[in-house]
Design a protein around this ligand. Structure first.
Ligand SMILES: [Fe+2]
Length: 250
């Protein structure tokens, strides 16, 4: 599996406090079949050099476990709006970069921002919409479907411990075609912020079958690191009631 969003680097932002915890996360990732990780922290100008130094320190530790690492950032949308914004993307040569909206509001100038990013050669990945937004935002997201943005859902959002609301919303997004890849967004080796990829894979396998699971966990994340469009995820259509409620045709 390719994990495009994992807060593996220690001693920076809200990631693990020390190296041994990052190593425990790498052990867990290897057990689950992860072979590539985009190691992130929440962006701050002061972290630019520091993040890459920490990732460089972890590269050999990961390599012995069969995992390759890349250092990237998770940006608040406020940073995306800054003059001259130039993100570190999820992989060398990939146009995709991670954006956390941080709250339930969608800025009125989002379309314009997406267009400018496209002109500059970048593509926004909106992270964990199921944890940030209310379901009424699906209408707005559907209007963005023809733009260049992509949605990444968190693995843990499909597990019972995230609660019925988030479980239901994550599935609703998938069925509406608004989930392109699943990543861990892990910060710790245990608890709600652990790497829950293998567990989510099991749950989704029962619900959607192997083709959907492979696209979400393997194919699309890898394609995005290569700068290719993620495939539309095969999922059963929304019920007539959900289509009516969210203004979805077809
Ligand atoms: Fe994150």
């Amino acid at each position: 599996m390719y994990d495009i969003h994992n807060h593996l680097p220690f001693g920076i932002s809200d990631g693990p406090g020390e190296r041994s915890i990052s190593e425990a996360m790498l052990d867990d990732a290897a057990r689950q079949g992860v072979t590539w990780i985009n190691c992130v922290c929440h962006y701050a100008p002061a972290y630019e050099g520091l993040l890459q130094n920490i990732v460089a320190d972890l590269i050999p530790v990961a390599a012995v476990r069969g995992i390759r690492l890349h250092g990237g950032f998770e940006y608040d949308f406020a940073h995306v709006m800054e003059e001259g914004f130039k993100p570190v993307t999820i992989a060398d040569g990939s146009p995709f970069f991670l954006v956390d909206f941080r709250h339930n509001d969608i800025p009125t100038n989002l379309n314009r921002t997406i267009f400018q990013l496209t002109v500059d050669g970048y593509r926004m990945v909106i992270v964990h919409p199921e944890q940030l937004f209310s379901p009424d935002k699906i209408r707005t997201f559907l209007k963005l479907q023809d733009t260049e943005i992509v949605f990444q859902l968190n693995a843990v959002s499909f597990l019972p411990e995230s609660g019925k609301f988030i479980n239901a919303f994550a599935n609703l997004l998938l069925k509406a075609g608004l989930g392109h890849a699943i990543a861990s967004d892990a910060h710790q080796p245990e608890g709600l912020r652990r790497i829950a990829l293998a567990e989510a894979r099991e749950v989704l396998l029962r619900t959607y079958g192997s083709e959907t699971v492979e696209v979400l966990f393997d194919v699309n994340p890898k394609r995005m690191t290569e700068g290719k469009d993620p495939y539309r995820v095969p999922a059963p259509p929304l019920s007539w009631w959900d289509r009516l409620r969210y203004g979805i045709r077809g």
